[in-house]
Ligand binder design. Sequence first.
Ligand code: IPM
Ligand code: MN
Length: 347
Amino acid sequence: MKQYRVAVIPGDGIGVEVTDVAWRVLQHAADDHGFSLRGEWFPWSCEYYLQHGRMMPEDGIETLRAFDAILLGAVGWPQQVADDVSLHGLLLPIRKGFDLYANVRPHRLLAGVEGPLRRGDFDILCIRENTEGEYSGAGGRLHQGTPQEVAVETSVFTRHSVERILRFGFEQARRRRKILASVTKSNAQKYTMVMWDEITHEIAAQYPDVAVTRYHIDAMAARFVMQPDSLDVVVASNLFGDILTDLGAAIQGGLGFAASANLNPAGDAPSMFEPVHGSAPDIAGRGIANPIAAIWSGALLLEHLGEPAAAADIMQAIERVTAQGMHNDPATETIARGVIGALGKSA
Ligand code: IPM
Ligand code: MN
């Protein structure tokens, strides 16, 4: 029997609750489809930080490298650990350390889910550059705490990374509706974003079958609301993709429905799968977090491992549950049982 090793990092807050559900669903799907998932749990989180002074052990990245994939819940508990500390100590080092350069986030309405737009005719795949750009972490502060204080944060765009994220986007577009939107702000940011536009133009020449449109991020934000049906694959930088995917989550009914894959497309390190939402301290521990984003992320994990039938089965089970309106029940466990019960029953 085929066996995969998965590192499970529930993290903080509702991350723990939704990861538990996603893992149970994955186990059932694996049983049904004749493969096995061996999970190993890592308690790396803000609580871990309070005990050990770091979010994960020094050799954390090396430990994770041995796995086929990583399932992550959420990172952050700002009441106790500053967000810039927790995120730069766990989530961001994994994305950068394993070169998970493609952050892929699907935005569409699941059956029975009503979004705020009163329309359901969109199916967007956002592809966010995940290793550099505005989140490169390059910068510093001078004269801290004085009136002369200076803070500098440098956006870093390399030709190598811009080329590969766009190429990845074009490859996805080829498998979908052959429409690609490249998002920049090249009217105002005249170095990095102009280079991005130029590279878009170059790569587009290699994909004559894909229709490419360049948008500025501000216009794209409006388009997500006004004409989401005109979009298919959307490729954006780290910051722009971050913002657009929260908007994407909103139009698909909320963050509880937004899944994501952090991919190393070369396959030389484990990819990581996580819901877009964070740890949601306001509802943590109450058993009312929507686990669908985490379950959907689990389906993306199976697809990545090469188990597309099991992944499709999970998606059908999720939609059987949402089609019945079960997602309107606030209990995490209701949705969990619903999805597990619907597995393998879909046509
Ligand atoms: C996301 C999150 C993270 C990001 C934060 C928590 C650093 O917002 O995955 O979208 O911006 O990448
Ligand atoms: Mn975000």
